[in-house]
Design a protein around this ligand. Structure first.
Ligand code: ZN
Length: 289
């Protein structure tokens, strides 16, 4: 599942390519036909990411409103300039944006002057229109997002430090911390030297502040690079004379999906186990329980 940095990148990218554009929306798959009809003719005014949730704010058109997307495990989004490709597969929502016009929506113009941009959404866990009140309710349900300026780490830290649940599960609870997924949760605990099985109530206020600051730093790097890198300079492949990590999840990490391999810091074997029904990874030496 994409972690928060991916959704924040999507929000910024969608604003760059469709912001201010009047859209024609369709649902080639047919599962979002009514919603698409309500969006057609509206203008994308703003985009927003909150944790793993993506919001498009539309103005005008027949209804306008807020498009809410959660990619879940299988959702993907693709986009490109100009003429949209023939629909292939299960496209829940296709948006085609063009320069705002008074009526009739964007129109195709010839060749290099085609200023349209298309966007295809496939397989999302959520694709729905929300009112402002419903969007507020969604934000109220979510915890502190390290990538948002309005994040409230003190409330998140208070909840974590009152809980008997393991830190590895608490950091994944989107009602406490929003946008952190398994890779960031696993890696930030390694960098803090704390085992993922540690109960939240054993965390000191100081430790929480350091973990929060580290999440902010790591996730901002993720937004810039479009991948999750968590190793310090001295543990990079070139510094250690080792091969770069080869994994479909990309990025240089300390322990995530490195079970059975040597810890980059101490050489001990990286351990794996199940925690809250998810795989988790840690170094038994660097992260004593
Ligand atoms: Zn270690």
């Amino acid at each position: 599942m994409p972690e928060g940095h991916t959704i924040h990148r999507l929000a910024a990218h969608h604003h760059a390519v469709l912001g201010g554009a009047q859209v024609v929306a369709t649902s080639p798959q047919g599962r979002f036909t009514a919603g698409a009809a309500r969006l057609t003719g509206a203008t994308l005014a703003a985009t927003e990411a909150y944790g793993k949730h993506l919001l498009h704010h539309y103005r005008g058109g027949p209804a306008g409103g807020i498009l809410h997307v959660h990619l879940g495990l299988y959702g993907t989004v693709a986009d490109g300039p100009g003429q949209p490709p023939a629909p292939v597969g299960q496209i829940r929502l296709r948006l085609v944006g063009g320069p705002a016009v008074a009526a009739g929506g964007p129109t195709a113009t010839a060749g290099a002057t085609d200023r349209r941009h298309w966007l295809d959404l496939r397989g999302p866990a959520a694709c729905e229109l929300l009112t402002e009140a419903e969007a507020d309710a969604l934000r109220d349900r979510l915890g502190a997002d390290p990538l948002r300026d309005d994040a409230d780490p003190d409330t998140a830290g208070g909840r974590i430090r009152r809980s008997a649940r393991p830190l590895g599960a608490l950091l994944l609870d989107q009602t406490i911390v929003a946008g952190v997924g398994l890779v960031y949760a696993t890696e930030v605990l390694f960098r803090a030297g704390i085992a993922p099985t540690t109960p939240g109530r054993r965390l000191t206020a100081d430790q929480w502040q350091r973990i929060w600051a580290d999440l902010v730093t790591l996730m901002r790097i993720g937004v810039r690079r479009g991948r999750i890198d968590t190793v310090r300079d001295e543990h990079l492949p070139e510094a250690m004379g080792r091969a770069p990590r080869n994994d479909r999840h990309g990025g240089e990490v300390y322990v995530y999906r490195r079970a059975g391999q040597p810890c980059l810091c101490c050489g001990a074997t990286v351990a794996a186990g199940a925690l809250a029904a998810r795989n988790t990874y840690w170094c038994p030496t660097c992260q004593p329980g």
